[in-house]
Design a protein around this ligand. Structure first.
Ligand code: AMP
Length: 309
């Protein structure tokens, strides 16, 4: 019952108010896999160049991460460079070098085609469609996207949205996609485009889930030290999809718990540069943070006369 993820793998150069790192392991598939492996085994489908450093590969060589779908091509690995604002609420991309990622046309092997849970990370929507068609009987299909595709490949994006059950998207992209400013309105507008459910990632404010029956908001874990938000969204997706796929049934109860574990996993990522914080995540602390979110959001309304005149 593993999860397949198709996405980017690359070398990131990141500047935040806490410091700077150069050419560290990054890419949506890296963050996703390192989060989702805590719930179910993950098959990673991505491409790197011959220059992909052995230490970056070693970080992914874990018992529950299947790297047989990781293609090594002649050429340079995907590279990305970003710089964060002083409050870390926004970032500017200063360099995107697609390199071997530009020619990425994954052909899935039979083992991966049969997997029931599929996450199509932020890649060209045409490629997302092509990859999705290669799965024999996907049960749970989710995707992510980014502003570039919203503006440059809108029709193709709308077409893949009609084929996925759940879209995971950040707040700004949800607005750009729908033209709605309020998150809950943008989320409902997204449901009209095809997905049965949408999760809007709201950075330090957590994540908002909308289905046609209910909505749920989970705050982010309050942290003392935020070092680097890169990959928090992909990590959220790994935690959310991992937990949901492991629980098996897509029920309201399971969806709520999955959003909580998405937020919990993302909290580890922002505590270190690149994947360093996420690699430190372990079961006891994950559960402690999940319980913290539960107590943070609980309240009682059993005796309303005590509150209202
Ligand atoms: P996030 O902070 O969750 O948006 O994810 C950041 C990660 O996305 C970084 O590790 C980047 O390497 C990767 N990334 C940035 N731009 C792209 C792109 N155009 N296509 C695929 N991955 C990208």
């Amino acid at each position: 019952m593993s999860i397949a993820v198709v996405g980017s793998l690359g070398l990131d150069t990141i500047h935040t108010p806490a410091g700077r790192v150069e050419e560290v392991l990054g890419g949506s598939a890296a963050y996703f896999s390192l989060a989702a492996r805590h719930f179910l085994p993950v098959a990673l489908v991505a491409v790197v160049g011959e220059d992909f450093p052995p230490e970056a590969r070693r970080a992914l060589e874990l018992p529950d991460v299947d790297l047989s779908g990781l293609e090594v091509r002649s050429g340079r690995t995907f590279r990305w460079e970003g710089i964060y604002s002083a409050d870390m609420q926004s970032r500017e991309t200063i360099r995107t070098e697609l390199n071997v990622f530009e020619e990425f046309r994954p052909r899935l092997d039979d083992k991966v085609r049969k997997l029931p849970n599929v996450f199509l990370a932020n890649i060209d929507p045409d490629l997302q469609s092509d990859v999705l068609s290669q799965f024999t009987r996907p049960r749970l299909v989710l995707c992510d996207t980014m502003n570039y595709w919203i503006h440059h490949k809108r029709e193709e994006l709308l077409s893949i949205l009609r084929r996925v059950q759940i879209l995971i998207i950040n707040e700004e992209e949800a607005r750009e996609l729908t033209g709605e400013w309020a998150t809950h309105k943008a989320a409902r507008a997204i449901l009209a485009l095809g997905p049965e459910m949408v999760v809007v990632k709201e950075g330090e404010h957590g994540a908002f889930l909308q289905t046609d029956g209910f909505h749920f908001l989970c705050p982010a874990v309050p942290l003392e030290h935020i070092i680097d938000p890169t990959g928090a969204g992909d990590t959220f997706a790994g935690g959310f999809v991992g937990a949901l796929a492991r629980m098996g049934r897509v029920t309201e109860r399971n969806l709520r718990a999955a959003v909580v574990f998405g937020c919990v996993l993302a909290s580890f990522t922002v505590e270190g540069f690149g994947v360093v914080g996420l690699l430190r995540a372990e079961r006891a602390e994950m559960l402690r943070r999940a319980r913290g979110l539960l107590s943070m959001t609980q309240f009682t309304l059993d005796d309303t006369s005590r509150i209202l005149r």
